[in-house]
Design a protein around this ligand. Structure first.
Ligand code: UD1
Length: 423
């Protein structure tokens, strides 16, 4: 199992290229199941989650050609020859449930394993299922699998999400493209990844209005065609690396960075005293001398502050001047980084979904353990600003969502290395 060793205290300067969005790619790839023609995705990130989705799609009969060192994928589902998404693959990644809507819409039947629990909370899939039922799907849960049928095809309908769900919006949006008639999705998720999916589906011939607002209207079509689509940049990777110079001091440009994708987060970062400037090539982030100011953060669906940046923001606020309150409103049990940050000298108290962070002058390096994807990168960020050495173990979580972290950060002057241990 690999570990990452960070020796803190280096000021960062330079530039970091931002990859295509993992979460966008994980819904764009299953969209290939909607058409017999090839779907070409460019700007795809090189991550283990993307490889897991490739394995799942290949198990269904999708042909995948990976080009340009993994940054271009050609997916071809001319024929779907297996309609069962197996537990052994699905359990590795919750986003696997996203094959259900497209496969059902095109084939009229699909069997997909329930993803099961996950480290950051219960994360049910009831909304995915209820939404598909509103399009006429007949569902049965048996032996841990969803058995879905729509013998005469899906039929457009109106579905109002009781809570905003990114994945359920994506699943039902994809299914609705091939349903008969009009589908209206109310209280839909507005994340940039939904907009990106809608763009790709539109290029494939789908008729979609309102993506990026809370009401999406889809006029079903008989068939979709192939397309070429560049994956939107990863706003979570962007936000994560914006926090690196914010924590260490210095100035870094995030290449490809766009303020419009990251408004609520950027506003909070500015409130702490960090400067952010949109340039022609990306976002330039710099930290003036002295400590950052404490701020309160409440996570919310887009355009609110993203839950996927809460852990990393906490790493910054650990050394803010004053007390910050972070409220996690999307997932229960998403403060697993807090005990690890406390091992580094942070002043954090967690009560339910609220963490109170009393800033200290400096964190101290320590051996810490990654518990999930965003928690692991928050510990690396904390280590960059700490005195001494921080060893982050179990970094396989990190590899699910960040490509070449060590390379990107060391190119800006960070002292960071990966240690591979045998056995
Ligand atoms: C996606 C992102 C994840 C991000 C999350 C919230 C992907 C691959 N992952 O996850 O990185 O943290 O959005 O921005 O895109 N819920 C239900 N029933 C459902 C579905 C969701 O109750 O059927 C609840 C969840 O438990 C959670 C909330 O709705 O409390 C939001 O979850 P959702 O937006 O669905 O997250 P994901 O799509 O799984």
């Amino acid at each position: 199992m690999d570990s990452i060793i960070v020796t803190g205290g280096k000021t960062l300067s330079g530039s970091i290229p931002i990859a295509g969005a993992k979460n966008a790619c994980l819904t764009l790839m299953p969209a290939t199941l909607l058409t017999e023609e090839p779907l070409t995705l460019t700007n795809t990130p090189r991550l283990s989650d993307i490889r897991t989705m490739s394995v799942l799609l290949a198990s269904l009969g999708v042909g995948i050609t990976s080009l340009e060192d993994g940054q271009k994928q050609i997916l071809s589902s001319r024929k779907i020859d297996n309609h069962v998404a197996d537990y052994e693959i699905v359990r590795q990644m919750r986003a696997s449930i996203l094959v259900l809507g497209p496969m059902l819409a095109r084939e009229g039947h699909a069997v997909v394993s329930l993803p099961g629990g996950c480290a950051i909370g219960a994360r049910p899939v009831d909304l995915h299922l209820r939404g598909l039922e509103s399009l006429g799907a007949e569902l049965e849960l048996r032996d841990g699998y969803v058995h879905a049928r729509a013998p005469r095809g899906l039929v457009g309908g109106t579905f109002e999400f009781p809570v905003v769900s990114v994945g359920a919006t994506e699943n039902i949006l994809m299914a609705a493209t091939l349903a008969k008639g009009t589908t209206v999705l109310k209280n839909a998720a507005r994340e940039p990844e939904i907009v990106d999916l809608a763009r790709c589906l539109t290029a494939m011939g789908a008729q979609i209005d309102g993506a990026g607002t809370d009401t999406i209207t889809v006029q079903g079509v008989d068939r979709l065609r192939g397309a070429t689509h560049p994956v939107v940049i990863d706003r979570i990777e962007l936000g994560t690396y914006m926090l690196a110079p914010a924590i260490t001091g210095g100035e870094v440009e995030l290449l490809g960075g766009r303020l419009d994708l990251i408004g609520a987060f950027a506003t909070k970062l500015c409130e702490t005293g960090i400067s952010i400037e949109q340039t022609a090539t990306g976002l330039r982030v710099s930290r003036p001398n002295g400590r950052v100011a404490a701020v309160d953060v409440v996570t919310a669906p887009h355009p609110g502050f993203p839950t996927d940046l809460q852990a990393q923001m906490m790493a910054l606020l650990c050394t803010a001047d004053g007390t910050s309150v972070l409220e996690e409103r999307i997932f229960e049990n998403r403060f697993m980084h807090a005990p690890e940050l406390i091992r580094m000298g942070a002043g954090i108290e967690v009560h339910g979904g609220t963490a109170t962070v009393t800033g200290v002058e400096k964190l101290r390096g320590a051996p810490v353990m990654a518990t999930d994807l965003r928690a692991s990168v928050s510990l690396i960020l904390a280590g960059l600003g700490a005195t001494g050495e921080t060893t982050v173990s179990r970094v396989y979580h990190l590899d699910r969502g960040y490509e070449r972290v060590e390379e990107k950060l060391s190119a800006c002057g960070a002292e960071i290395e990966r240690v591979t241990e045998d056995g």
